[in-house]
Ligand binder design. Structure first.
Ligand code: NAG
Ligand code: NAG
Ligand code: NAG
Ligand code: NAG
Ligand code: NAG
Ligand code: NAG
Ligand code: NAG
Ligand code: NAG
Length: 670
């Protein structure tokens, strides 16, 4: 009670709160051996198995959280310092692969139970928006099995202390200091073997220790990590404690077997003999061929052998893939062709979802995990640059954002690359805009939500990742709608296919006519601003439900959507361009904002276009658009494209001539 004397005069109410918090802070302590019947709060894929195992994930693309149900008082007094606490738990990470796993798991202290807006590569704790923000008030100990360059991860098998960010305060390769030899012994987090973690915080000394050991080994004296850190400036009172885990392309089980906690004292010991059993992960199933053929040989059914052999030859041809040494680096992201063949029922036409710029897309169900996927078949010649391309695709495939379609992996065959994506149940946006395949009309609020989602996804590609990713082909048919009707960008980074190892004489124009910015048509060089241009056209198209290039060449001045919208804007009739099928049922402020923003983004001069960062501010943060003026738009798209500077270029780029020659008669988007 010494501290009270130093406090300023407290009102009686504050005093009451203060007294309650003293009692509420009564030392919480628990120990669980297995979790059958234990009161826990869970979300996502987390569940307690009948054996009592707390399973946070058990598949690809999983996310699970578990919380101790009531919040804990980490401070003895209101505004006091954070007290000492101690946590211990036994966990196991079981990956379907021996040598790789994803993404990882963590013990955390969080002010909220609502971790719904978090992403996989952030182990379900944070997202790219709030990572590093001091208002997170989050402390975590990560068991990280993925090396993320954006978090400066040291390797794909480390333990880290995290404060408000996935970029660890301190991290170490998984292991422990042996008490006898004093030497460091390595451990593999995703070995499938149970291990124990101790997290100790000393409030007086402001020190965090984290210790790891194989299960059954007494707590090593020397911790693996020891960081001086004052959590008093971090934790909110009260806060929740719990576990989080996520998976991506690799099916991984993240399990907790036992858990103990104590405020102001050592966590109760976990009795290993009382823990639930882990699922057995035996050796991977072997081919049954030998078991089958051996008895046949002994029985000397020569004819049958011949049949079996020809069947095997047939199978090996049917399932043959291209695999080279360098691809071992990408092992986990590689699907077997056999699995993809089975998933899509042999690429049957009834599973065809669509034909895109890069090839046909099929729906499939992965045989083991039963995950629904979309498999894209991209034709390619086995040319140089394939390695860089696959590396690029796999690296970009690590991108996770709720407005991007997740890439799960790939497979390569002679003349063919197969890309495996998460299946988006509501299909592509263009079908809704033009009411194809019986898709219903989208309301304005749905369209506005999708527009913001796409802007968010594009901002992420441009600015939020370790390197700038240019999409190059933004248009409604590349925007897919997930089960909650969120807009997600697909095909990002794919256009790179044509960048690598192609003969410059036959450079393909990547992108789609009508969405290509003038400077891209001039130089063939894509930039974030060429994406912004296409995004501008996309805004107009979604709002007006009209193709970017109109088919009626008779109305000389009006054959691009941009010019048509500009004409209406000049005459003060902007809102008349909104999709008439909405019958006036839309928010006119929002629609006019989107239309004007569309005009700004699709401005022929790059310097006049906003960045996606600015676009988000206009769309989402209510920042007012600058006033558009007549001089700003003293051009018409058509005049610009046809007259300014392009003729001379046409001589140099015969490929372009055709494209531009047919510009006015093309229908644009698919
Ligand atoms: C994990 O999922 C697989 C298939 O999805 C299932 O067979 C297995 O029983 C699950 N494991 C546990 C422990 O629930
Ligand atoms: C679980 O704990 C929460 C918070 O303490 C409590 O509200 C809830 O009633 C408990 N549920 C059960 C089934 O005991
Ligand atoms: C606790 O801290 C907050 C913010 O620093 C302050 O507004 C409040 O007056 C403090 N309460 C007490 C009892 O000191
Ligand atoms: C959780 O937080 C998100 C925003 O981060 C919010 O949209 C959502 O409504 C919240 N959910 C609950 C159940 O409070
Ligand atoms: C941190 O989060 C708060 C609340 O969400 C937000 O207002 C603030 O702008 C964020 N700060 C940064 C630097 O992003
Ligand atoms: C332990 O792992 C580290 C990092 O991978 C490595 O440098 C070291 O040689 C390993 N030590 C042993 C004994 O295997
Ligand atoms: C952390 O470990 C060091 C030994 O390396 C020990 O002296 C200290 O007391 C430990 N602190 C806590 C909070 O366990
Ligand atoms: C930790 O920070 C709090 C203020 O946030 C301070 O009162 C306390 O003295 C600090 N503890 C140590 C050991 O420095």
């Amino acid at each position: 009670m010494l501290q009270m004397k130093h406090m300023p005069l407290l009102s009686s109410i504050v005093f009451l709160v203060f007294t309650i918090s003293v009692f509420a802070g009564s030392e919480v302590q628990f120990v669980y051996h297995g979790f059958s019947g234990v009161n826990l709060t869970m979300d996502g894929n987390a569940k307690v198995t009948p054996d009592g195992l707390l399973e946070l994930t058990n598949d690809t693309v999983n996310l699970g959280h578990t919380f101790y149900p009531s919040p804990l008082n980490f401070r003895k007094w209101l505004n006091g310092t954070v007290q000492s606490f101690s946590v211990s738990f036994v966990f196991a990470i079981l990956s379907v692969h021996d040598d790789i796993s994803a993404d990882g798991m963590a013990f955390f202290v969080s002010p909220t139970k609502n971790l719904s807006n978090t992403w996989a590569q952030y182990i379900g704790l944070l997202n790219s928006e709030n990572d590093g923000n001091t208002s997170n008030h989050m402390f975590a100990v990560e068991l990280d099995t993925t090396q993320n360059n954006e978090f400066i991860d040291i390797d794909n098998n480390h333990v880290g202390i995290n404060i408000n960010s996935l970029h660890s305060l301190q991290a170490h390769h998984a292991g422990y200091y042996d008490d006898q030899s004093k030497s460091l012994k390595n451990l593999t987090l995703f070995s499938g073997k149970a291990m124990q973690v101790w997290v100790n915080y000393n409030g007086d000394a402001s020190q965090i220790n984290v210790t790891l050991a194989p299960v059954g080994t007494p707590k090593p004296e020397r911790p693996l990590l020891s960081a001086p850190y004052n959590l008093s400036g971090i934790l909110k009172d009260p806060s929740y404690i719990g576990f989080s885990a996520t998976t991506g392309a690799i099916s991984t089980q993240h399990c907790v077997l036992g858990w103990s906690f104590a405020m102001n004292g050592p966590a109760p010991a976990i009795d290993v003999s009382k823990l639930p059993k882990l699922p057995r992960i035996g050796p991977k199933p072997h081919s049954k061929v030998m078991e089958i053929t051996l008895p046949i040989v002994t029985a000397a059914f020569v004819l049958v052998i011949g049949l079996v052999i020809s069947l095997l030859v047939y199978r090996s041809l049917r399932y043959s893939e291209l695999k080279e040494d360098w691809e071992i680096d990408f092992g986990p992201h590689r699907f077997s062709f056999k699995d993809l063949l089975h998933a899509t029922e042999g690429f049957k036409n009834k599973n065809l979802l669509g034909v895109g710029g890069f090839g046909k897309v099929y729906k499939g169900i992965l045989p083991k995990s039963k995950v629904e996927v979309a498999v894209k078949k991209v034709a390619h010649e086995s040319r140089q640059g394939m390695k860089e391309f696959v590396a690029e695709v796999v690296s970009i495939g690590r991108l996770r954002h709720r407005n991007l379609v997740p890439l799960l992996g790939y497979c390569r065959r002679q003349g063919e690359l197969l890309l495996v994506y998460d299946y988006m149940s509501n299909g592509s946006l263009n079908k809704y805009l033009y009411c194809e395949d019986g898709k219903p009309l989208l309301s304005w609020s749905q369209r506005f939500h999708i527009i913001k989602g796409v802007a968010f996804g594009l901002l992420y590609l441009h600015e939020k990742w370790e390197k700038v990713v240019i999409h190059r082909d933004i248009k409604p048919s590349n925007v897919l709608l997930d089960s909650e009707m969120n807009g997600r960008l697909g095909d990002f980074g794919l256009s790179k296919l044509y960048d690598h190892g192609t003969d410059p004489q036959t450079t393909h124009m990547v992108g789609t006519m009508g969405y290509l910015s003038p400077e891209f048509v001039h130089t063939g060089k894509a930039s974030t601003l060429t994406d912004v241009f296409a995004f501008g056209i996309f805004l107009l198209e979604v709002t007006c439900a009209q193709r970017p290039v109109k088919q009626n060449p008779l109305q000389a001045n009006q054959n691009t959507l941009v010019d048509w919208v500009l004409d209406h804007w000049r005459n003060g009739l902007l809102s008349e361009t909104v999709d008439t099928r909405l019958q006036g049922d839309f928010n006119a402020d929002e629609a006019c904002l989107v239309l004007k923003l569309g005009l700004m983004c699709s401005h022929p001069f790059t310097s006049a276009r906003p960045s996606m960062h600015q676009v988000m501010k206009y769309l989402d943060a209510g920042m007012p658009l600058p006033e558009l003026t007549e001089t700003h738009f003293s051009f018409t798209m058509r005049a610009l494209v046809q007259n300014k500077g392009l003729e001379s270029r046409n001589m140099l780029y015969p490929e372009l001539t055709t494209s531009i020659g047919t510009f006015s008669s093309l229908s644009g988007g698919r």
